[in-house]
Design a protein around this ligand. Structure first.
Ligand code: KIV
Length: 263
């Protein structure tokens, strides 16, 4: 997979993207043919246990990105640029984006619109593919809160932002928690693929967070999430069975032990 192939999928084949943060989840994604693996800063919430993505540092993304790359050596991997890795100066943004590419990412993802267009232009000029991200942008949660975007006149603003980002050179655009009609208008207004999360049926692709998709996250389910498994339940059942076996001296058994031949 590469940027050119992904862009050619618009209006033809829906793009599949999922987050992954470690070796085995990445390996599974590669084995089933996921189009894009995202090392998202949602790792702050679902792996590190913070209540927002604001605590995630470059070092966190790099550590998880390198594990994901080892698990999925041939996949197209996008790495999130964490909060404050591109806000201070363009120079710092360029250095951090370059670092993520050197650590194994094929592209970087940045949250925001017009304000970051000049940085995006520079990154793209340097050969660093950029995925945009508008709608709900969790790194701005202290400003906008967690609420659905693109209502009423905000729809026009989102379409304009999307056009600016396309012009700046992003190869695709994540639309998060956005009214379906607005996501549709954005998708029709630009010629690069949109990838939705809580943005309805008219995006050019979909993305879900690993722990939501698999039901590892057993906390209140967001309306836009579809759980394809209930792993939280299965994990707890397995752990209970292990405790019971060990306490009841039923594990280990004959088949699990090392013995000299014939003894
Ligand atoms: O960090 C993340 O998981 C994301 C997705 C919600 C798109 O940015």
């Amino acid at each position: 997979m590469n940027v050119r192939k992904l862009m050619a999928m618009k209006n033809k084949v829906p793009i599949t993207m999922v987050t992954a943060y470690d070796y085995f989840s990445a390996k599974a994604c590669e084995e089933v043919g996921m189009d894009i693996i995202l090392v998202g800063d949602s790792l702050g919430n679902v792996v590190l246990g913070y209540n927002s993505t604001l605590n995630v540092k470059m070092e966190d993304i790099i550590r998880h990105l390198s594990a994901v790359r080892r698990g999925a050596p041939n996949s197209f991997i996008v790495a999130d640029m964490p909060f404050m890795s591109y806000q201070v100066s363009e120079e710092e943004g360029i250095r951090n984006a370059g670092r993520l590419i050197q650590e194994g990412a094929n592209a970087v993802k940045l949250e925001g619109g017009k304000r970051i267009a000049p940085l995006i232009k520079k990154l793209v000029d340097m050969g660093i593919p950029v995925m945009g991200h508008i709608g709900l942008t969790p790194q701005s949660v202290n400003v906008s809160g967690y609420r659905v975007q693109g209502k009423g006149d905000d729809s026009y603003r989102m379409v304009e932002e999307a056009k600016i980002l396309e012009e700046a050179g992003v190869f695709s655009l994540v639309l998060e928690l956005t009214m379906e009609e607005t996501a549709k208008a954005v998708s029709q207004a630009i010629s690069i693929p949109t990838i939705g999360i809580g943005a309805g049926r008219y995006c050019d692709g979909q993305v879900l967070v690993w722990h939501d998709l698999l039901g590892i996250n057993d906390e209140k389910k967001m309306k836009f999430v579809k759980r394809y498994a209930d792993l939280s339940f299965q994990i707890k059942e397995a752990l209970k069975a292990y405790i019971e076996d060990v306490k009841g001296k039923k594990f280990p058994e004959e088949e699990h032990v090392f013995k000299e031949e014939g003894k």
